[in-house]
Design a binder for this molecule. Structure first.
Ligand code: NAD
Length: 314
């Protein structure tokens, strides 16, 4: 079976995906290319066999070539590596342009020399920008990124589709909503809320707390990626969603309950500049064409996630 090259495989979603591949596709040889930024942790892959680790930068063609050499010709690629935190992109955007934009183009350029069987680019529902109540963005919706992170991801999506058109790269794109689960660096909403609640500190809530996100378990996302990797159509974008729309206040209250803290242990803090109010991807295409749907229950999996952080960060 062709090997699988996973960029960003030491990060949150990438590491969970490598574990999922090991469990569900045991014959697959995996090569991970990861720079090990603050968000990556080699230990996330501990205990896994048939995983070759290459430390390197997706924006460096020599590093990328080393990873493709390790994976061999005809490999399949899942490209997760990115700078992924919106607040950091607002503070400083240079790394986002280097990794998300230049890095994606370098991956596409090098992939041309290795006859890749499939190139799956992992993108985000944030490229559609904020939507009014009741509206959903399908894959034809206009891209409307409104912060430097989502703008860099939208740019990378365009580069991937351009490589399909101009170089015949057999690429596909997934655009998923907000993930939760183990291995996430504690700067993002769910692990920040969990670790603060465990420390007995008030949960910091941006603005009025009524921002709406669709939440999906990281393994439901991983299974969607496998479905698109194996059965997706070249040049096609697939939205991925949990059909689970929650305000930040709702999620914070569930976390407080799971930790056993007071239900009002929250403080409203200064809002993120240009904060998008609501994301809502329409994922009818992947459900109808590939038969994928999320299967994990939000409240019980969120409680399991709280326990996972409790064992490590309490
Ligand atoms: P993460 O920040 O947890 O992990 C990113 C990984 O990429 C880390 O291991 C890091 O070391 C690595 N990396 C960063 N820069 C690199 C570089 N220049 N070269 C090689 N490796 C590098 O991110 P995540 O939350 O796991 O997100 C993974 C992908 O999924 C991203 O492309 C993101 O845009 C997308 N996505 C994330 C979410 C979410 O809810 N977290 C939702 C939809 C899409």
């Amino acid at each position: 079976m062709a090997s699988l090259l996973v960029t960003g495989g030491a990060g949150f979603i990438g590491a969970n995906f490598v574990h999922l591949v090991r469990a569900q596709r045991p014959d697959t040889e995996v090569v991970v290319l990861d720079k090990l930024t603050y968000a990556g942790n080699r230990a996330h892959l501990d205990g896994l066999d048939r995983v070759t680790f290459v430390q390197g930068d997706v924006a460096d063609p020599d590093d990328v070539r080393r990873a493709f050499e390790a994976a061999g010709k005809g490999a399949r690629v899942v490209h997760f590596a990115a700078e992924s935190h919106v607040d950091r992109s607002i503070d400083s955007c240079a790394e986002f342009l280097s990794t998300n934009v230049v890095g994606t183009q370098v991956m596409l350029d090098v992939a041309r020399g290795y006859d890749v069987e499939r190139f799956l680019h992992v993108s985000t529902d944030e490229v559609y920008g904020s939507l009014p109540d009741g509206a959903f963005a399908d894959e034809q919706a206009k891209l409307n990124p409104t912060n430097p992170y989502s703008a860099s991801k939208a740019a990378s999506d365009h580069l991937v589709l351009a490589a399909v058109n101009t170089h015949g790269i057999p690429a596909v794109i997934t655009r998923c909503s907000n993930n939760y689960g183990r291995f996430q660096f504690p700067e993002k909403f769910v692990p920040v809320m969990i670790t603060r609640a465990m420390q007995g500190k008030p949960l910091p809530i941006y603005g009025d707390g009524l921002y709406v996100r669709d939440w999906i378990h990281v393994d439901d996302h991983g299974e969607a990626i496998l479905a698109v990797l194996e059965c997706g159509e070249t040049g096609t974008v697939y939205n991925v969603a949990g059909d689970n729309h929650r305000t930040n206040l709702d999620v914070a209250r569930l976390i407080l309950a799971a930790v056993g803290a007071a239900p009002d242990a929250m403080e409203h803090v200064q809002d993120r500049p240009g904060h998008d109010r609501r994301y809502a991807p329409d994922d009818a295409r992947i459900r109808d064409q590939l038969g994928w749907k999320p299967t994990r229950d939000f409240e019980s999996e969120l409680a399991a996630t709280v326990r996972w952080y409790g064992e490590r960060y309490a």
